[in-house]
Design a protein around this ligand. Sequence first.
Ligand code: SF4
Ligand code: SF4
Length: 291
Amino acid sequence: MRRITILSGKGGTGKTSITSSLAVLLARKEKIIAVDCDVDAPNLGLNLGVNDSDFSWQAIQTSEKAELIKEKCNGCKKCLSVCNFGAIGWNDKENKPIFNSLLCEGCGSCKLICPQKAIKLKKVINGRIGFARTNYGFTLLSGQLKMGESGSGKIIALLKNKAEKMAEKQKAEMMLVDSAAGIGCPVIASVNGSDFVIGITEPSPSALNDLKRGLQVVEHFQIPYGIIINKWDLNKKFSQKIEDFADKYKIPLLKKIPYNKKFVKALINLKPAVVYDKKFENIFWSIINRI
Ligand code: SF4
Ligand code: SF4
């Protein structure tokens, strides 16, 4: 099975919309499985017309929080100095620490330093993963981080693991991964194990800057990649700058997609662009052929 990941450093470049159209066309050629790894803001389901209630969800625990075992604590205050996340306060009345679960990242430093073994790490439900059948003949897996929780990278790792198992069961020939945005843990977990990465950018300095940072992560893993300039004609001068950059570093430019209001209309109607208007098929077939 080949694994293709669609990435963009910056949000709003059209990454998910491009992923949904590629998935619909690819599914006509071969058995695919799609994975929405943008667990902070998963929207691939919406793009494919899949509602939240269509998914079979499963709560997951990939995050831990510090908790005090009161009877063991002697008030030595050693734990107060180790938390880099400002999650430990002090209760003068009880002469014991207070743990703020919203700030705790579960790093375990306080547990390590406590001489009384008065701190434990407790697993918490920090998200959910689920799967649904789309109307386009393939399964979509999606993950969601619970509001205010941490551990999105671990949720993605778990989600991809489940996707691998499902792909094997379904004898899928291709896995299409809609990556999280940014350059942190969620992106690393998204691109890890990919055979090819498609970087999406738009003609603006911030999009290019963020794409460059994202591609550094891809290069670190030595994964081949190409780029797409979405809405390229909104700023032709800057698009040329991106092309020059691609030329200079020998990055394949897979496609320049022109701006078209119908892309927005397709989104509003919860349809991939190629379904909303067959005219767009040529654009996406040419991307698939280039890959
Ligand atoms: S587990 Fe880490 S983040 Fe949480 S309170 Fe302890 S030191 Fe702070
Ligand atoms: S280090 Fe342990 S014993 Fe000391 S104050 Fe913190 S929790 Fe209590």
